[in-house]
Design a protein around this ligand. Structure first.
Ligand code: Z2T
Length: 829
């Protein structure tokens, strides 16, 4: 009876405060309440971790209020939504980010200090959520923050891995991988939705059947797994909007493998059921190689199928006609990893909603947009046809149908150019037949985005040239960005305060264009003083971390020179190490007087190597043996130090980046699709030493060539240089440092032989030799600038002032306007 329930609802409201209060007493009461009733500890004895848990739950309560209000508001308004599909989200810690976005950080800090706790100390109790590999995954996290802040009606979908990216431990200079069982200590930021579940089917056969006289396909699956939703509210800054990141976990389904219960052993059957959970158990740690593993394909389909069912359910709640689908739904594919969604949506429209191919295809062409993150053809994902046909027989048929129609159309347009038809086909013929997921994504999306201008150019002229010639209108780019909330406000509070003071407003936290206002003070002596102080504070924090971690004391007067990112040959950490050996060698050969002119450096390298990537692992070992030699050479002292920071992740980055003077981005031009680390350093007033690659090209345009240390061959020159190959002269300095490694100067010469072979002679694919002199010159220029403190500080201010374009707010606005066609939908306060 509605009348009665309404009466009850009113009574319930009367029992609750409309919203939780944020005054110091209420906050303290709430925290203590959670200590006693959630964490179940005595109010009189709880440690920092338990205090963190209670604090997190108090924050979570406030987060949930806004999240509910936002979801109700979206439901009422029913705007077109964007569904952001990504297999990886690298969230890091959440507490500080959430309280800052909710605007209640200081209130909580006050309440805690009255309870005798320090907010920062408790915030460090939180473990990182590492549900991703690197740039691509952190980009998803930054974009969620911007989607919420800009009030866009968005939903993120992903997988709730039980094991995140491995923890990197270094033993004797070698990388070892340890499992990251991150849920061990509970996760206060997720909301388990036991009733939001969908069945996901695998294997089986497809039969032809007749339904109302119409022929249709029926997929009889061989296995069924349940997807359970875990919701992660993502609050915007300066808005009530709090959007949802829904991550799926696999659970055994009641219908899973029914047979074994009737035929076999009951206990075995139950144990067998449990295997279903393995689908969402582990994140694959290779950031760009695809090994055609069945479990990975299962993960992809599992998350796609659950998300698509969820999207259809939401649509059908309020709509009857599928022709309205494109007016309400935009599906964003973060790389090809979720591209099975194309076949899945088609399958649902055809086999379950019984639309004609024509109508279903028309919908597909309007709803999907695809962003690719790679430059190399080898980086494009392929799935063996046998694997796909066995796991998802109906989807393979659908992909064949898409391809058949596409190739027929193509023939009409380009004639019988078989080479081109072969290149453009979704199916790759060969010893093993493969499905090319990138071709599928390009053919079925209305928009294909690159992640920087150069990247897009390379897509148009190389990777997807055939497609560009056919559909030039599809190809666009949205240069990546990062969120200033995480990368300045959370991670560099002193810089944040300084910027707000000089701009006279905190508005830049939502409106990054205001940052340019700092330019007016680029030579202001007072700002210079304060700017240097901020850097010093952050260098102290980093130096303390280094000492705690490795026992190494570093000088604060030295230039902190940082290269942190996944270890890859194309990112050329090896070039950095060779440069360091060269520097060491030079200092060794100097007399006392010359040594006085040397700019002291602390070189910091960090990053994980994919577990199976031998060369990358050797680079890590090389870094350690070189560090061992240099750091223990008393003759060198503070003039040069080399530190490898283990287990580089989001929270380590939050500490390292603000403390860097110089950061290095050394990818061979044309290989880094965008790069986002550089943007975080730039925002923090750190100078860049970089090649003209990915987004750095656009950074030069923003801050000017004079404020960066650019070096190396340009993308168009790289091709020509490679052709020269064996005739290329490499500088003596280069041969000399490589020889030092070969001759066992640092030990392990047998182990490093293959590494040296990779960069000498014709096999120097990434052109370390060709770029070496130019690299050393850029390094010398950086040294020169560093001794001129005033000039350096000015460059630093201009770097931060010019970083506005690299906010993910700008990226997301461009996507919303030019790709997804969605409008903000702001929840009233
Ligand atoms: C990744 O992080 C990136 C590209 C990939 O290609 C895979 C992964 Cl895991 C398949 C990076 C790019 O290397 C980097 O240039 C870019 O900034 C980042 O994605 C975000 O677009």
């Amino acid at each position: 009876d509605f009348g009665e329930r309404k009466g009850q609802a009113e009574r319930m409201l009367g029992l609750m405060d409309v919203f939780l209060k944020n005054d110091p007493i209420s906050l303290q009461k709430d925290i203590l309440h959670h200590v006693e009733y959630t964490v179940a500890r005595s109010r009189f004895s709880f440690d920092d971790f338990e205090a963190y848990q209670a604090l997190a739950h108090s924050v979570r309560d406030r987060l949930i209020e806004r999240w509910h209000d936002t979801l109700i508001h979206f439901k009422k308004e029913d705007p077109k939504r964007v569904y952001f599909l990504s297999l990886e989200f690298l969230m890091g810690r959440s507490l500080s980010n959430i309280v800052i976005n909710l605007g209640i950080r200081d209130q909580f800090a006050d309440a805690l200090s009255q309870l005798g706790f320090d907010f920062e100390v408790l915030a460090e109790q939180e473990g990182d959520a590492c549900l991703g590999n690197g740039g691509l995954a952190r980009l998803s996290a930054c974009q969620m923050d911007s989607l919420a802040t800009l009030d866009y009606p968005a939903v993120g979908y992903g997988l709730r891995y039980q094991y995140g990216l491995f923890r990197q431990v270094i033993v004797d200079g070698f990388q070892h991988e340890q499992p990251d069982y991150w849920l061990n200590f509970g996760n206060p930021w997720e909301i388990e939705r036991v009733h939001i579940t969908y069945p996901v089917k695998f294997y089986g056969t497809v039969t032809d059947e007749f339904l109302n006289g119409e022929k249709c396909k029926v997929w009889v699956p061989g296995e069924m797994v349940e997807a359970v939703a875990y919701d992660n509210p993502i609050p915007g800054y300066g808005t009530r909007n709090t959007i949802n990141l829904r991550l799926w976990a696999a659970k055994p389904s009641d219908q899973h493998d029914m047979e074994s219960f009737n035929t076999g052993d009951y206990v075995d059957a139950v144990v067998n059921r449990q295997r279903a959970e393995s689908i969402s158990s582990i994140l694959y740690p290779d950031d760009r190689s695809y090994q055609g593993k069945e479990l990975r394909l299962k993960q992809q389909y599992f998350f796609v199928s659950a998300s698509v069912q969820d999207i259809f359910r939401r649509f059908k709640d309020t709509h009857k006609k599928f022709d309205e689908f494109p007016e309400k739904v935009a599906l964003q594919l973060n790389d090809t990893h979720p591209s099975l969604a194309i076949a899945e949506v088609l399958r649902v429209l055809l086999d379950e909603e019984h639309l004609s191919w024509h109508r279903a295809w028309d919908i597909i062409c309007k709803i999907f947009s695809f962003t690719t993150h790679t430059v190399s053809p080898e980086g494009l994902e392929k799935i063996p046809v046998d694997l796909l046909g066995n796991l998802l027989p109906r989807h393979l048929q659908i992909i064949y149908d898409i391809n058949f129609n596409f190739v027929e159309e193509l023939k009409k347009m380009i004639g019988l150019d078989y080479d081109r038809l072969t290149r453009m086909s979704i199916v790759e013929e060969g010893a093993v037949k493969n499905i090319r997921m990138a071709n599928l994504s390009v053919i079925c999306s209305h928009s294909v985005n690159g992640v920087s201008r150069l990247h897009s150019e390379l897509l148009r002229t190389k990777l997807f040239k055939d497609f560009y010639d056919l559909w030039p209108h599809k190809f666009q780019y949205k240069t990546n960005g990062v969120t200033q909330r995480r990368w300045i406000v959370v991670s560099n509070p002193s810089l944040c305060a300084l910027i707000s003071k000089w701009l006279g407003t905190e508005a830049w936290i939502r409106d990054i264009d205001l940052l340019i206002g700092l330019r007016d003070y680029a030579t202001n002596a007072e700002l210079h003083q304060e700017w240097k102080m901020v850097k010093k504070v952050n260098k102290i924090r980093l130096a303390e971390y280094i000492e705690a971690m490795s026992g190494l004391k570093v000088s604060l007067d030295a230039m902190f020179d940082v290269q942190t990112k996944r270890i890859h040959e194309y990112k050329r950490q090896l070039l950095n190490i060779l440069g360091i050996i060269h520097r060491y060698d030079c200092i060794k050969n100097m007399d006392k007087n010359d040594r006085k002119k040397v700019v002291p450096r602390v070189c910091i390298i960090g990053g994980k190597a994919a577990p199976g990537y031998e060369i990358a692992k050797k680079i890590i070992k090389l870094c350690h043996v070189v560090a061992e030699r240099i750091n223990n050479d008393n003759d060198i002292g503070d003039l040069l130090k080399l530190v490898f920071i283990p287990d580089y992740n989001v929270s380590v980055a939050e500490m390292v980046i603000p403390g860097a003077d110089l950061s290095q981005h050394l990818s061979t031009a044309g290989h880094e699709a965008s790069g986002t680390g550089s943007m975080k350093f730039l925002m923090n007033g750190c100078l860049l030493l970089a090649t003209a690659d990915g987004s750095t090209i656009e950074m030069v345009e923003e801050i000017g060539q004079d404020n960066m240390f650019l070096f190396g061959a340009k993308a168009h020159e790289v091709v020509a240089l490679r052709k020269k190959g064996p005739t290329l002269k490499v500088p003596l300095q280069f041969s000399r440092v490589v020889r030092m490694i070969r001759d066992g100067h640092f030990g392990f010469e047998d182990y490093f032989k293959s590494l040296c072979d990779k960069i000498e002679g014709t096999s120097d694919y990434f052109l370390l030799g060709a770029d070496f002199m130019s690299y050393l010159e850029a390094q010398a220029a950086a040294d020169k600038a560093f001794v001129d403190e005033e000039r350096w500080t000015k460059m630093s201010i201009l770097s931060a002032a010019g970083s506005g374009r690299f906010s993910s707010d700008r990226t997301i606005q461009e996507y919303a306007e030019n790709t997804w066609d969605i409008q903000p939908c702001r929840c009233p306060f």
